[in-house]
Ligand binder design. Structure first.
Ligand SMILES: NC(=O)c1ccc[n+]([C@@H]2O[C@H](COP(=O)([O-])OP(=O)(O)OC[C@H]3O[C@@H](n4cnc5c(N)ncnc54)[C@H](OP(=O)(O)O)[C@@H]3O)[C@@H](O)[C@H]2O)c1
Length: 302
């Protein structure tokens, strides 16, 4: 099968299109004929070597964790899925490929579009986890850094649907989008906390940082402590005593996938349209994600 691999850390150019044998599903796994594989910022951090102290890899690396496609083979102990089922969820690795093994996928509801299915798992799980850690109640006020991004936009919508008042930071061009998501937009960058205080003179109850852009000290001051500040993206958290939530396999459940699918189908969350590139242009896909400035996932088409 055709797949993307890299043999060394480096820039997007290390991503190579290669021919390899299709993987064989282990007990509890299915093999998915991938239709779309999403590119996530994590994939870029892993490829560049920025995560080398935290995540050990062995080369060649098979990148990509978020997929949608159809089951093409079923490992032992799998009872909920059969060959031909259309599914979405997490690949156990190597999502940028014609076939990928997966332990946590669910059937794609007919009412859930392919692009949305392929865009939801990573960002949606992170958004749900961040909100859960902050333990928000209806009527409270939440500040979301990066409110127009994949994780941030889902966090905004999920929080608003629970009766939380949300202030969301974004670029000027995304302000109207942030408003449409249900939040009060505030432009990110120098002076951001002065602008937030104009909307919330007494501060906010909690902060979810999905941008990792150096706003934790100001967030701690705004909330009046570290307890209700959570970041998904800023390693400065460790020095500042803030929770850095990185998630893991235990957080990637079929319940979470079902919850996200339901939220998308009922319209509780809307996902920005994706941009599509062929598998062979995985390097260009990484450049697009690194450049930022666009809403919506970048999907590799198989
Ligand atoms: N810990 C976890 O479990 C977990 C899970 C998923 C993702 N993440 C991390 O979370 C981060 C966001 O992921 P994503 O998929 O949502 O990426 P994304 O779609 O690129 O969103 C990032 C957003 O942050 C905005 N931004 C840039 N600079 C900012 C600033 N100074 N203040 C506020 N917002 C700013 C970007 O706006 P522009 O487009 O204008 O630049 C963009 O809208 C990444 O670092 C990713 O690795 C962590």
């Amino acid at each position: 099968m055709r797949a993307i691999r890299y043999e060394t850390y480096g820039g997007p150019e290390v991503l190579q299109l290669v021919e390899v044998a299709a993987p064989i599903p282990k007990p509890g796994e299915v093999l998915v004929a991938v239709r779309f594989a999403a590119v996530n910022p994590f994939d870029l951090k892993l490829r560049s070597g920025a995560m080398r102290e935290v995540v050990k890899v062995s080369f060649p690396v098979a990148p990509g964790s978020e997929i949608a496609g159809a089951v093409s083979a079923v490992g032992s102990e799998v009872t909920a899925l059969a060959v031909g089922d259309e599914v979405f969820g997490w690949a156990t690795g190597g999502g940028y490929a014609e076939s990928a093994t997966a332990a946590t996928v669910i059937q794609k509801p007919a009412g859930l579009g392919w692009d949305v299915a392929a865009s939801l798992p990573v960002a949606g799980e992170a958004a749900l986890r961040g909100l859960r850690l902050l333990d928000l109640s209806a009527g409270e006020t939440l500040l979301v850094h990066g409110a127009a991004g994949a994780v941030g936009s889902l966090a905004v919508q999920l929080a608003v649907s629970r009766g939380v008042t949300v202030i969301g930071t974004s670029s000027e061009k995304d302000a109207e989008t942030v408003r449409e998501l249900g939040a009060h937009p505030v432009r990110y960058g120098a002076g951001v906390f002065e602008r937030v205080r104009e909307l919330a003179p007494d501060g906010v109850d909690a902060v979810l940082d999905t941008a990792g852009a150096g706003d934790l000290p100001g967030s701690i001051e705004l909330v009046g402590g570290t307890r209700r500040v959570v970041t998904l993206a800023d390693p400065a958290a460790y020095e500042l005593g803030v929770t850095f939530s990185s998630g893991g396999r235990k957080d990637q459940t079929t319940d979470v996938l079902q919850q996200l699918a339901d939220a998308a189908i009922t319209g509780a969350v809307v996902v920005a349209p994706a941009r599509h590139l062929p598998l062979a242009e995985a390097a260009e896909a990484h450049r697009l994600v690194a450049a930022g400035g666009h809403r919506g996932k970048v999907l590799l088409d198989l």
